[in-house]
Design a protein around this ligand. Sequence first.
Ligand SMILES: *Cc1c(COP(=O)(O)O)cnc(C)c1O
Length: 377
Amino acid sequence: MENVFPTYSRFPFDLVEGHDVFLTDNNGKTYLDFTSGIGVCSFGYSNELIQKNVEDQAKKIWHTSNLYESAIQDKVAGQLTNDDQLAFFCNSGTEANEAAFKLARKYSGKTTVLAFNNGFHGRTYGSMSLTGNPDIRVGFTPLVPDVKFADYNDEKAISKITSDLAAVILEVIQGEGGVVVADKSWLADVQKACKENDVLLIIDEVQTGIGRTGTKFAYEQFDLDPDIVTSAKALGNGTPIGAMIGNKKLASAFGPGTHGTTFGGNKLSMAAASGVLEQLTPDFLKEVQAKSKLLWEKLNTEIKPLPVVTSITGLGFMVGIHLDEKVPVGDVIGQLQDAGLLTISAKHNTLRLLPPLIMDESNITKGIGLIKSVLDN
Ligand SMILES: *Cc1c(COP(=O)(O)O)cnc(C)c1O
């Protein structure tokens, strides 16, 4: 690619067609997909309802500004929230976290936010300033002030949650940071300290949400009651979308003129998201949980014992296979591509798997078999 800033080192092929959980590149080679983009296309590449919703909407109208009522936006907000919540739509994960950061400051009248080392919240200034990864921030200082960091899963972090904070922001599973799952008891302590000190709890579910871990949001499995939840990636199955979901008590701080976006809540993305959320039923999630069980059985029996594997972490359809330093994850990804399987990496030499949630047992088995054959030679 000659005309694009080289912000990504790209694999040397172009995925030009997708069907179900398979992708075909510009050379005609077909791959089984264990990535869903980066946790985006959870319903695969040819979901009928999502496709129909977008096609029907495209024929009617693509865009109106947010200066008018939008029944479809309100419908998706209703599908996404519970009775105590409201939604704000934007176009990406980083924008959802920007909205959360701004709302937390405005509502609380305080400025400081506590975030966590190895966390990832996005690339715009606010979200990047909340991102606990120095590699992402290098060359871009000065950042947004009044952001503090603590170690994830560390009890010492609890004493840093004091009444001068506007908010605490965290992922319940750090995705980019290496698929690190939070301890349930630690999260309970974080929640308790937030409540006691009148500090808002923001959960970034951009990667973990929309069924990825077997529940609509991963925080449900950790018994949390966040004030703000952010969503994006899988919410539109590939159409650009983000959402900040917040408790109704916060509404007074986000009145007319306080925050906005031209494209957020646009009807094409809403049509896709409505199809996603309509299919994210309790029965569908039960199926994801059952298939997750099979996936983890296979990981534990076939992949974990391999000498190059140091550990496997994750939840549901979000998996990190941690590899010995001697085996660079980039090489493994290349060999898996040759073998017809798409995977991605995360920090600390982690092979990351984010298969579409619609993947059936035979393709799960097939993918794990390919991973085993590449890691075992
Ligand atoms: C991907 C991601 C983001 C950023 O989302 P973009 O849509 O790329 O801006 C934020 N938080 C988490 C946890 C993510 O995984």
